[in-house]
Design a protein around this ligand. Structure first.
Ligand code: NDP
Ligand SMILES: O=C(O)C1=N[C@H](C(=O)O)C[C@H](O)C1
Length: 267
């Protein structure tokens, strides 16, 4: 059986290192390379406190590195500042980027889609790889048909760079497919401290909490006459995301164009 050849970038980070550990135990997947701006030249196994793997960490990605490794898929868990350039590098090397890093904007997504289509290639983006988070977004979208007033509160660890989270933005986009933009709260309300009402996505207020001790959590709060309905998801470890990442690698192998969201791969 031919194994899927995966390169991981952001390999020394919280998600990248968990991904490497998971991929090393899969019989149908081969890690053909890893990169990070830390620990260049070191064996990734040694960095993760495991046996040596023979995979030496590389630095900045380029097409030659991906091509030399005969890469099928690039898994990106770097950060919002690096992910766009990495995805373009992958597409130029005819590699499918499977993107976990958040922070890509609409224009960047459009550019990646355009590149993928022109090259008859594919790009997959998952704002969240956790099954529970996918269901939270699905239930929130369904609920928005009946409850029009909604706030999102997302809670993350305090090393997170982007706010709001990719998941919160994706949730707001899905809710907006069911309700037109609207003003929530009193039209005459005002903020005594700027930002008190959170970020505004088509009238949906998104509040971002950053605290040590948290991993990744989100509440979608709907308000109606005399009642509220809360949909909440909690990720307590980074293993939470691993089944979703494996599914994405196995399914993205042959996609064409831009695919956003793990829900596209769930039966
Ligand atoms: N889709 C999903 O389900 C999930 C997505 N995420 C997202 O994944 C991303 C990574 O999260 P997390 O692992 O917690 O973050 P970390 O900061 O722990 O890891 C990122 C790693 O990438 C390195 N890095 C930065 N720039 C580059 C570059 N140009 N090339 C190679 N490596 C680079 C960082 O080095 P240094 O620290 O020195 O900058 C660090 O080692 C974030 O955008 C986060 O929001 C996180 C969890 C789940
Ligand atoms: O930075 C994180 O940790 C996470 N980022 C993703 C996001 O921005 O939604 C996914 C998850 O929430 C964890």
């Amino acid at each position: 059986m031919e194994r899927i050849r995966v390169f991981v970038t952001g390999a020394c980070g919280k998600m990248g290192s968990e991904t490497i550990r998971t991929l090393l135990s899969q019989s149908d997947i081969e890690i053909v390379g890893a990169s990070d701006i830390r620990n260049q030249g070191e064996d990734i196994g040694k960095i993760l406190g495991m046996n040596e793997t023979g995979i030496k960490l590389q630095g900045s990605l380029d097409e030659q590195i991906l091509e030399a490794a005969k890469t099928d898929i690039l898994v990106d868990f770097t950060n919002p500042l690096s992910v766009f350039a990495n995805a373009k590098t992958a597409l130029r090397a005819n590699v499918v980027p499977v993107i976990g890093a958040t922070g890509l904007d609409e224009q960047e997504l459009a550019e990646l889609e355009d590149m993928a289509v022109k090259q008859n290639g594919g790009v997959f983006i998952a704002p969240n790889f956790a099954l529970g988070a996918i269901l939270m977004m699905k239930f929130a979208q369904e609920t928005a048909k009946y409850f029009k007033h909604v706030d999102i509160i997302e809670y993350h660890h305090d090393q997170k760079l982007d706010a709001p989270s990719g998941t919160a933005l994706r949730t707001a986009e899905k809710i907006s497919q069911e309700r037109p933009p609207m003003i929530q709260g009193d039209p005459n309300e005002y903020e005594k401290i700027p930002g008190s009402r959170g970020g505004d996505f088509q009238g949906i207020h998104i509040h971002s909490v950053r605290l040590p001790g948290l991993i990744a959590h989100q509440e979608v709060l709907f308000g109606g006459s005399g009642q509220t309905l809360t949909i909440r998801h909690d990720a307590y470890t980074r293993e939470t995301y691993m089944p979703g990442i494996l599914l994405a690698i196995r399914k993205s192998y042959k996609i064409k164009g831009l695919v956003v969201g793990l829900e596209n791969f769930l039966d």
